[in-house]
Design a binder for this molecule. Structure first.
Ligand SMILES: [Zn+2]
Ligand SMILES: [Zn+2]
Length: 349
């Protein structure tokens, strides 16, 4: 009976391809935005999860796909998520149970009524078969990823966690595009501050600006960390060595001067070279306003006053304007682009 469990054809294009082998085709369901989940098969890759929009990017003759985080190469079908594998197994099980039910009905020759009566007169035997119910097939539940991007080289629309580096289709370095996309979101938030001030009041507008500064510093730090990790990996450092280094760096990348020192020690690169000293100064001051904002809810503390010596009175709100933050993003972008080109310009991708 094993032969007849899976009937050829049907919605999954079942085909017998060997004595104990069948092939089935099923498409992976997409989310509401038309993106399908992908998972890096490299066990050590973190976060490893991303999404791509089928039909964009490389649509013909694609032999290889890449992980946007670690650039692991595999055939395009090699990036299935756990939920997709589970979905495929459920469909196979569903089809198998359907085939077995039909097989038993046919073997017993039960006919469409599902019943058969043997004998007659005084002695008769009725046989019926109640097929087991089919298990439900649940479509894969995928994560919601909000960082969507289109590769400027091949046009692949995809979504990732955090700051990724590689395009999953063409494998090129699109780190700076991710970075620009992050800053673009903050620019959009800032452009709405006046409207929110009118609608929701000055305090909400001030919090929006403070949050934007907080986000800019976090992005700067994340980008510096991502480049440090990548460079150390390229130089052959082990994961343990990288973790140890990051532990030592701590939160130095949140401070422009300390970030400069780390880059000098680590990569022999002058992080702020070629930049206008005035711009660097206002970048440093704006970055440092984050400390009292984060830790004292916008109230200037003594340590901050000593550090910045701006003459702002203790207890007054730290003033940061949308223009300050736009300046920080512009200068910050320049710094990060310089470092990226210095560290990775020889890279073949
Ligand atoms: Zn990976
Ligand atoms: Zn691409």
């Amino acid at each position: 009976m094993s032969d007849e469990v899976f009937k050829e054809g049907g919605p999954y294009h079942i085909k017998r391809v060997g004595p104990d082998k069948i092939s089935m085709q099923m498409s992976v369901p997409a989310d509401a935005d038309g993106l399908v989940g992908r998972n890096c098969p490299n066990d050590g890759c973190c976060p490893g999860y991303f999404k791509v929009k089928l039909g964009t990017g490389i649509t013909e003759g694609q032999l290889k796909a890449y992980c946007p985080y670690c650039r692991h190469e595999d055939e395009p079908g090699g990036f299935l998520t756990a939920a997709q594998v589970e979905y495929a197994k459920q469909i196979v099980l569903h089809e198998a149970i359907k085939g077995i039910n039909e097989g038993i009905e046919n073997a017993l020759d039960l006919g469409p009524s599902g019943r058969k009566t043997y004998g007659g007169g005084m002695f008769s035997l009725e046989m019926s078969y109640k097929p087991s119910s089919l298990p439900p097939v649940v479509p894969p539940m995928e994560e919601v990823l909000r960082r969507d991007i289109t590769c400027p080289h091949c046009g692949l629309q995809h979504a990732v966690f955090g700051l990724a580096t590689w395009c999953p289709d063409c494998g090129r370095d699109i780190f700076l595009n991710h970075l620009a996309k992050e800053f673009e979101a903050i620019r959009k938030m800032l452009s709405d501050v006046d409207r929110r001030r009118e609608a929701l009041g000055a305090r909400v507008a001030a919090r929006d600006i403070e949050n934007a500064l907080e986000d800019v510093v976090s992005i700067f730090e994340a980008a510096m960390r991502a480049m440090t990790i990548r460079k150390m990996k390229e130089n052959g450092s082990s994961d343990d060595q990288i973790q140890e280094k990051l532990r030592k760096i701590g939160n130095k990348f949140q401070n422009v001067n300390l970030a400069r020192e780390v880059c000098e020690d680590e990569f022999k690169v002058q992080l702020l070279q070629g930049l206008d000293p005035k711009q660097i100064d206002s970048l440093r001051l704006t970055f440092e306003k984050r400390h009292p904002i984060t830790h004292n809810l916008g109230i200037v503390d003594r340590k901050y006053l000593e550090k910045v010596r701006l003459g702002e009175l203790e207890g007054r709100d730290v003033s940061v304007t949308p223009q300050d933050i736009i300046m920080v993003m512009d200068v910050g972008t320049k710094i990060l682009e310089n470092l990226h080109s210095y560290l990775f310009s020889n890279n073949s991708q």
